[in-house]
Design a protein around this ligand. Sequence first.
Ligand SMILES: Nc1ncnc2c1ncn2[C@@H]1O[C@H](COP(=O)(O)OP(=O)(O)OP(=O)(O)O)[C@@H](O)[C@H]1O
Length: 335
Amino acid sequence: MGIDLGTANTLVYVSGKGIVLQEPSVVAIDQDDKLPLAVGEEAKQMLGRTPGNVVALRPLRDGVIADFDTAELMLKHFIRQVHGGRTGLVGPRIVIGIPSGVTGVERRAVMDAAIQAGARDVRLIDEPIAAAIGAGLPVAEPTGNMIVDIGGGTTEVAVLSLQGIVLSESVRVAGDELSDSITQYMKKVHNLVIGERTAEEIKIQVASAYPTQEDEIIMDVRGLHLLSGLPRTVTIKGPEIRESMSEPLSVIIEAVKRTLERTPPELAADIIDRGIMLAGGGALLRGLDTLISHETGIVTHVAPDPLSCVVLGTGRVLENFKQLERVFRGQSRSL
Ligand SMILES: Nc1ncnc2c1ncn2[C@@H]1O[C@H](COP(=O)(O)OP(=O)(O)OP(=O)(O)O)[C@@H](O)[C@H]1O
């Protein structure tokens, strides 16, 4: 079983079957008895809409585990959902892709949670390596490959060669930060208070990082008007939203440039030939590939299925375990 334990989404891959689960990393908890009320998509629908005794939580924030107990609960829930009921069978080997900012203590805790959920053998893999493998980059070859994985909480920029990270940089600015900029803009300019889910919808429907043919698309946004205190609809356009995201976008661009500047010349030459590969849900932002290409002068591609790259990478490692065993950071746990 391969798992992408992401800030925004958790995906599970089962060897021989493919991706069997794709759910938001959200848990709704009943405060009265501290028991989970819903996990995944159902819990995401509850974000910002819960009554007093229920909280909908995202246990991972900014690429780190913000609420360990809830993260553990969520991980166990998903593993059991996929593997569940098959008691008596040998527990699965699990490869988990986690943000590289996760601390040693958290790494061990993630492995323990997986063991408790029934795993026989747990390996952790850094998200950039898994994303690169999932995007189809030839990470085992002695060539330089650059991957930029823009998730919910973190953007990880890495140069890889021979199954290892040669150099990398991680910034805590990614999809969530882009959505937050939109929320702030709507409040400041349109006096409209919107929730986390509405900001994400705006980002997906009308936002772009670079002028595109879809700049004319408009969207009606509903929220609470600050001055009247009443619900109101405001019509917005793509270019104003692009402008509102300029700060987080420049943080991402600077991280890519800094990594390129530190890349050894032979590997830099390979990257010029092969281009930069974008993965993670943030790679789906319209025009982001064009912006990065424009800013760095290097051709930039978006992976075929950016949201699934990490979990597909964990799956490929599982299915080619002997050939790709060197990708693990030396941390494993077995029963
Ligand atoms: N079409 C889209 N346009 C822009 N952003 C998108 C689109 N689809 C998804 N996203 C954003 O992608 C992010 C989630 O990406 P992903 O699932 O790769 O993150 P993650 O792996 O959970 O996070 P992390 O890597 O930080 O742990 C969210 O911020 C989401 O809003």
